[in-house]
Design a protein. Structure first.
Length: 463
């Protein structure tokens, strides 16, 4: 049996509902014979579009003689020729002026994006916002000449397992198609698809071309953006995943505000619970998110959250693991208070926490210029928020390289974004002032200690 792989392809259902073990009856009236999803489709279909994204890649060519490649490395005999390819996906119109939600992987790297409506009208669009963390992107019809039909948003938290849903999209480019299914599961985490793991699982059939399409309830409102499947063959196996509409609404609203995504920050490092850990803490069921570290000046620290606390719910919604906690925080309004239910010292208690945005704008930074090996470097001091985003402890110290100018001395030195400078010539780098002072010098040689991708790198170079 081939290994089950996750493919980021769109979701669309064409499977029959399971046969219930009850007596079947012949329809008793003409109305029962005519029961149909058609009214829902008629409402939603005009607001679902096909997305065509043109991407330019480079094709490597050679003379085909292995002699040249072996002895000359192929360099004088290889050239790059641009080649255009087109990815296919779907999108959902969410504002009357032509604002469209789709998947980021559909349009990532595209040089030209166009959408086609169900009646066949084609429109060029601009990419307003791309968010790899959620795998969502927002497009905007260029020079819109009409008011567009839209899909209204439902509250995805109101979904229940077993609810009927319809998926609409463009599988394999055959044209807009509709299929039905049910909600198979909620709050699926650990799928490795996006940074925010909290998916609606449906038995909707998922096929290439449906990414970014609509998953709607029986009132015709959007409950999810179809995103991925488990598959052995690349086609539907009846296990599909959609990004909840409450997360999609966050990205839609950010696009409407101008494209800047501002997410709340909790400021706590978290760990999943297993049975042994839950037993040691006196918890019957291994569910929740264990707090292992708290940044003192963060919202969590200011509210009194402590290492060893287990978060079991936020605003009454259960927290199964760290991924579901991250989702609840990310979809909470910035600056608003959330009620955390925690388990501490054998007691359940509630802690109100105001989830503010991280103060990234207050990061101390410096750009190195002049006659030095570090010229062309932009660096910031490592803050707790940046440390957490890089998978580091809140107590981590150092200076992080955030940009290296191409062709600069720093670029030739081999510095890369996300490098953490730990020490220069035997002096530990604890803040931005020390780094700026040392990096602006020009000694005869440099002893540089960096942390890159979790590895400590030491190098000796001339000044």
């Amino acid at each position: 049996m081939s290994r089950v792989a996750v493919f980021l392809i769109a979701l669309l259902v064409s499977v029959a509902p399971a046969q219930a073990q009850i007596a079947r009856e012949v329809p008793q009236s003409q109305a029962e014979v005519r029961l149909s999803y058609a009214p829902v489709v008629e409402t939603v279909a005009p607001a679902v579009v096909n997305v065509f994204a043109t991407k330019v890649t480079e094709q490597r060519l050679s003379f085909g003689d292995p002699f040249f490649e072996r002895f000359f490395g192929g360099a004088p005999f290889f050239r790059q020729r641009p080649q255009a390819s087109q990815s296919l996906g779907s999108g959902v119109i969410v504002a009357e002026d032509g604002l469209i939600l789709t998947n980021n992987h559909v349009v990532e790297g595209a040089t030209d994006i166009r959408v086609v409506t169900v009646e066949g009208r084609e429109y060029p669009v601009d990419l307003v916002l791309a968010d790899a963390a959620t795998d969502l992107a927002v497009l905007k019809v260029r020079n819109a000449d009409r008011t567009f039909p839209i899909v209204e948003f439902a509250n995805s938290d109101a979904l229940a397992v077993g609810d009927l849903v319809l998926a609409i999209g463009n599988p394999f480019g055959v044209g807009q198609s509709v299929s039905s299914g049910i909600v198979s599961a909620l709050a699926r985490t650990g799928m490795g698809i996006t940074d925010y793991q909290f998916f609606i699982q449906t038995d909707a059939a998922i096929n290439p071309g449906n990414s970014g399409g609509a998953l709607v309830d029986m009132t015709g409102r959007l409950v999810g953006i179809n995103t991925a499947i488990f598959t052995r063959s690349g086609g539907s196996q009846g296990i599909g995943f959609a990004i909840p509409s409450n997360m999609a609404a966050v990205i839609r609203d950010a696009a409407a505000r101008g494209g800047e995504i501002v997410r709340p920050w909790l400021g706590a490092q978290l760990q999943a619970l297993d049975s042994a850990l839950a037993d040691s803490l006196g918890i019957d069921v291994p569910r929740g998110a264990l707090v292992t570290e708290v940044a003192p000046e963060s919202p969590a620290g200011q509210a009194g959250l402590m290492s060893g606390d287990v978060v079991t719910a936020i605003d009454g919604f259960p927290v199964q693991d760290p991924e579901s906690l991250d989702y609840r925080v990310a979809t909470h309004p910035v600056g608003m208070e959330a009620e955390f239910t925690i388990f501490r010292d054998g007691q359940e208690m509630r802690v109100p926490i105001t989830l503010n945005a991280p103060s990234e704008g207050e990061e101390r930074q410096v750009t190195i210029s002049g006659n030095t090996r570090f010229a062309g470097t932009k660096a910031v001091e490592l803050t707790p928020y940046r440390a957490q985003s890089m998978g580091l402890s809140f107590s981590a110290e150092g200076v992080v390289i955030v940009d290296v100018e191409p062709g600069s001395p720093a670029h030739r030195l081999g510095l890369r974004p996300d490098d953490i400078v730990l020490a220069l010539n035997g002096i530990e780098i604890r803040d931005i002032e020390i780094f700026e002072s040392l990096a602006s010098q020009r000694p005869q040689s440099w002893h540089i200690i960096l942390q890159r991708d979790g590895q400590v790198i030491r190098s000796f170079v001339s000044g």
